[in-house]
Design a protein around this ligand. Structure first.
Ligand code: AMP
Ligand code: GLY
Length: 423
């Protein structure tokens, strides 16, 4: 069948790489894709704005039978609704369910209704009430802008003055460009962060193997948050008993709550968790694969990804058993100097061909473009080197040895991906 994948990051190169291996996939298009996805499918330029007429036309003209959506923004804007209503199978939730990522307040209310463990919170639409709440509660404070903010909507504050400065920035200085902003103030959770992703078909949940991401730019988890600088899977933080608990206490109740609300959830449900002494608590939900978690989870998935996606769209995930590679996978991201702030583009990338690909390593492109038959940087996160090994230490040493063969001006990596659990 012909398949269209939406997105352009490292996550999408990895999804495309995995989908292209499926015997069910005859032709794969990626919109807009990147230099990596162009190696496994055909990149196409499509306007991705609601009401998504360009996508609908493309799907009709190219006999697309399945559309898989990588990023959250088109889902929150209603891409799945537009296509499903036109009779196309879409791997990704409708707009109403995508609010789980699009609105922190929606997510918190849904968790409360479903009895899912998460931090205490309150939501505010004005500065004065939010400040009063800060004064009435103990530091540290977690503030979450109630809308999509490209990963910049969450801030953590050690004291009340710092939190109030952020409230001023949101409500008075309008930093999110929102005339009527709402802010969730949340309890600060402690423990180890882990990501548990699951396939969902509206009623059945098939969890993937857990991963751990490293969100901060600096080694030792310092500096500003990024989209993610490296991840590995599996992780000792989520053993089988913990995975079953997350499934039972978090994933299943959320999917059941969506069913109860008549908003059946289809696609990937991503739970960002804090695993502490009193069990797992939800930090956030995403309605898509994680980046770079995908680049270490999908290389371990032995099952046919297209078959699993179709089962999700057709409500028959209960007939699917996911098969996993027992090896450990680690993905380390190379970013442009300056990221997550401003950075230069167009730097020539050397060494990718020399590194190549094997059963135990891959290079997934993110901000990479082809220019005059050379690879050049075109984004903040440039690429991710994934290596599989016999345990985390083995995977880690293979991964860094390969990463050291890739060069571009300003290349920025964290050398400590995985150290958190290696001790
Ligand atoms: P998010 O954008 O929701 O993933 O949040 C970004 C990061 O902020 C998370 O990866 C956590 O490290 C941190 N964070 C978010 N919420 C909390 C919380 N309630 N307690 C502690 N850390 C948090
Ligand atoms: N790696 C975190 C995310 O995809 O949101």
């Amino acid at each position: 069948m012909n398949i269209l994948l939406i997105g352009s990051g490292g996550r999408e190169h990895c999804m495309a790489w995995k989908m292209a291996q499926s015997p069910l996939c005859s032709k794969l298009y990626i919109a807009p894709g990147n230099a990596g996805s162009a190696q496994v499918g055909e990149n196409v330029d499509l306007a991705l704005k609601a009401p998504f007429d360009a996508v609908k036309d493309f799907v009709t003209n190219h006999q697309i039978e399945l559309v898989a959506v990588g990023p959250e923004a088109p889902l929150v804007d209603g891409l799945a609704d537009a296509l499903i209503d036109a009779g196309v199978k879409v791997f990704g939730p409708r707009k109403g369910a995508a609010l789980l990522e699009g609105s922190k307040d929606f997510a918190k209310q849904l968790m409360q209704d479903a009895g899912v463990p998460t931090g205490a919170y309150a939501t505010f639409d004005n500065r004065a009430d939010a400040e009063a709440y800060i004064d009435a509660n103990a530091a540290p404070y977690v503030l979450k802008y109630d809308g999509l903010a490209a990963g910049k909507g969450v801030s953590i504050h050690p004291d009340a003055d710092d939190a109030k400065a952020q409230l001023k920035a949101i409500f008075e200085d309008n930093i999110f460009g929102d005339d009527a902003p709402r802010v969730v103030v949340e309890e600060f959770l402690t423990g180890q962060e882990a990501s548990m992703l699951a396939f969902v078909d509206g009623k059945t949940v098939r969890r993937m193997e857990a991963a751990q991401d490293h969100k901060q730019i600096g080694e030792g988890d310092t500096g500003p948050n990024t989209g993610g600088m490296g991840a590995y899977s599996p992780t000792p933080v989520v053993d089988e008993a913990m995975a079953e608990r997350i499934d039972r206490e978090i994933l299943q109740p959320v999917v059941a709550e969506f069913q109860r609300r008549n908003l059946p959830y289809v696609g990937v449900l991503y739970a960002g968790l804090m695993v502490g002494d009193d069990g797992p608590k939800v930090i956030e939900f995403n309605v898509r694969f994680g980046d770079p978690e995908t680049q270490c989870v999908l290389p371990r998935l032995k099952s046919d990804l297209v078959e699993v996606m179709l089962a999700c769209c057709e409500g028959r995930l209960d007939q699917i058993t996911l098969e996993w590679d027992s090896r450990t996978a680690i993905g380390v991201v190379a970013a442009s100097a300056g990221y997550p702030g401003s950075y230069a583009k167009g730097k020539v990338i050397a060494g990718v061909d020399a590194v190549g690909e094997s059963d135990e390593h891959m290079v997934f492109h993110a901000g990479v473009a082809s220019q005059n038959s050379e690879l050049v940087t075109s984004g903040g996160r440039v690429l991710c080197v994934t290596a599989l090994g016999d345990g985390l230490r083995d995977a880690q040493s293979k991964c860094y040895a390969l990463m050291d063969k890739i060069e571009f001006e300003g290349k920025t990596i964290r050398r400590d991906i995985g150290n958190r659990v290696l001790g």
